[in-house]
Ligand binder design. Structure first.
Ligand code: FES
Length: 105
């Protein structure tokens, strides 16, 4: 695994949400209630941008069809139409003053 830096820690703040294109991945880095999350940037249901999603009670809820996923393990917890796969979460990692994730070599 290799460390992939995304941003400097000093740039993060409550409500921070920023999307990054790394290789063929679209990643979303979020700060919510002092916790940091790195996840895929588009909803597994029909690819709506999750930068517009609501976060509440450990869930991220896509605004397009209200599908909800756990921010702990990415599990699909609520679906209004056909089920979809779980949300892909990435490890949050740090190196020096940077926050990022770990990607396959
Ligand atoms: S695209 Fe996200 S819930 Fe349908």
């Amino acid at each position: 695994m290799r460390f992939q830096p995304l941003d400097k820690l000093i740039n993060l703040h409550e409500g921070y949400s920023r999307q990054f294109k790394i290789d063929n991945l679209q990643l979303l880095l979020l700060e919510h209630l002092g916790e940091y999350y790195v996840l895929e940037a588009y909803c597994p249901h029909r690819s709506h941008p999750l930068a517009e999603a609501d976060i509440d009670g450990g869930l991220i809820r896509c605004p397009l069809h209200q599908y909800a996923f756990s921010l702990t393990d990415g599990k699909l917890l609520h679906a209004t139409e056909e089920r979809c796969r779980n949300l892909r979460l990435f490890t949050v990692a740090y190196e020096g003053n940077e926050i990022g994730t770990l990607l396959e070599e």
